[in-house]
Every structure is written in structure tokens, then in C-alpha cells.
Ligand binder design. Structure first.
Ligand SMILES: [Zn+2]
Length: 74
């Protein structure tokens, strides 16, 4: 019951103004869609995490891996 609380995930489909990209998309310089498979694993607040994973597995493998996991999870 806090009226002053800000909703960061507010759904504004009015044309994509300041979109919050996840750490992975920011790193890869691509658009982060709302159903981005990397976003739940690599929040924008933790860019170092993606940098480490990407260095170990490679950017392509990381995306594919998480895509498979997410497909099975849902
Ligand atoms: Zn993303």
C-alpha cells in the first residue's frame, strides 16, 4: 500500500521510448524485446555477470543455451 512506489516494468507500448535493455543486449548492442530470453538471467543492474559468461561460453552459445532452457522451462 505505497502510492509513491514506481513501477519500473510499466507497460508502455506507445512506441518504445527509453527501453531498458538487459545486460546481455546492452553488451551486444541490440534491442531488448519484452520477451528477451537473456533479460531474466542478466539484469541491467549486473553487467559484469554477462561479461563473464559470454567470455567463457561465447556470445552465440550463451544466447542459444538460454533459449533452449527457456523453451523447456515455459
Ligand atoms: Zn535483453
Amino acid at each position: 500500500m505505497s502510492p509513491g512506489e514506481e513501477d519500473v516494468e510499466a507497460s508502455s507500448d506507445s512506441g518504445g521510448s527509453a527501453t531498458r535493455r538487459c545486460a546481455a543486449c546492452k553488451f551486444l548492442r541490440r534491442r531488448c524485446s519484452r520477451d528477451c530470453v537473456l533479460a531474466p538471467h542478466f539484469p541491467a543492474s549486473d553487467p559484469h555477470r554477462y561479461a563473464c559468461v559470454q567470455r567463457v561460453f561465447g556470445a552465440g552459445n550463451t544466447a542459444r543455451m538460454l533459449q533452449v532452457i527457456t523453451d523447456h522451462y515455459y
